[in-house]
Design a protein around this ligand. Sequence first.
Ligand SMILES: [Zn+2]
Length: 224
Amino acid sequence: MQRRYIPALVMFVALLMLLAGLSAKMTAVPAVSFAAEKEIYLTFDDGPSTSVTERILDILKGEDVKATFFIVGERVRGREKTLRRIAAEGHTLGVHSETHVYSQIYSSAEALVRDADACAETIRTVTGIHPRVYRFPGGGKHPASASLLRRKGYRIVSWNAVCGDEEIAGASADVLFSTAVETAKGKQPVILLCHDSATHRKTAEALPRIIEYFRGEGYTFSAF
Ligand SMILES: [Zn+2]
């Protein structure tokens, strides 16, 4: 090889090495950023209660996790401070029911909407927040009521996983934790149903483990 070609060859090899490095970087990036994002929504129905809701709020604050609370309007009286705390700490307030009495709520689509409006009004009066998410008491599908609620601007939120605090009588915190893990399998995003009314101390007890598990599995916590 003629000597005058050597600098050009060195340049060419250097350029090849640079391109190889760049392409390695470019192929490495998608492997991280395009990984399926895992997301979980923690939702709490039937509160507020004094002891359980406050305990749950302490845990969520300590873990820096936001959640969604579907409120029973009649349970707010005397617990206005707890309702305001839910809002002040960045959680979402949703409408569940004013009375939670199924025979009244489900007597007609109009009755259900009146019940939802009464609960929304309670939340508005106490916190100044206009709730925009709704969960049917007892779950299920109620197409006539659902379309009326949607026309009023509500997003209807169901669930696809449970911790079992209503479904399994007398469940221990261990059982609630394993039920949450089992029922969340294969769901994306996970919308986990829990309860924070006064009888659900075990739910608060299970919550730190539930958060630790899903965080460890790479989930991000979202609120509606
Ligand atoms: Zn309920």
